[in-house]
Design a protein around this ligand. Sequence first.
Ligand code: ADP
Ligand code: MG
Length: 250
Amino acid sequence: MATPMISAQNVHKSFGQLEVLKGINLEVQAGEVACLLGPSGSGKSTFLRCVNHLDKATAGRLYVDGELIGYREKNGTLYEISEKEAAEQRSDIGMVFQSFNLFPHRTVIENIIEAPVQVKKIPEETARARAMELLEDVGLASKANNYPVQLSGGQQQRVAIVRALLARPEVVFADEPTGNLDSNSGTEVLKLLRDAATEQKQTILMVTHDAHAASYADRVVFLKDGMIAGEMLNPTHDAVLQAMGQLEGK
Ligand code: ADP
Ligand code: MG
């Protein structure tokens, strides 16, 4: 079997006395859309932050594209890398942690192409053309020259997803991608993420409490009390709801 794109090995995370993650083992294959599903407060965001080394796991190891995240190993000992090196590592691997904060003083299109043009050195014309295609896909082409404040929360969220996808990162981590969205806009965002995996072979790991969002994944992994409580392939909305009900009843 090929090296998984994401591999979490016995990941623990505590905040003081509170143990949030109690030994997470999870593998996501390249090109897969995986979803970690769990109730609010179950540690989903914490896990995603640990994978990105924005939070430090208390124990265990995380690999993305075969690379140990956040540490360098020397003679069996782990040394934490600096924040700058961690950012370089994310950039080298091509991993994007999608966040919803747009720059208020830049237009939609400027927000989207800024990083690819400045950091990735993608020619501006190429970046613009691709941005317009993606905006078209989510029904926001007409908003390209508007400022974030002129958009609804849901529209801003879709712009943020377009921004995350523009540079075609290898891996996209999405935290509650449908969080502020009505069901139509939510569905558009989920389709965008699915297409990224199907057409661009990008790997998507989303975390959510939303069974509808989960039904867009190839595989749903259930998180309960800081541990993986099961998984489901090719989930349907109903099957996910039923499994969630059973888990709550346990
Ligand atoms: P989810 O994303 O599943 O809703 P989180 O990962 O945000 O859950 O939070 C899991 C638990 O960890 C919660 O009880 C939360 O209060 C706690 N927590 C998260 N971040 C911190 C932090 N920086 N300091 C202390 N506790 C935290
Ligand atoms: Mg969260």
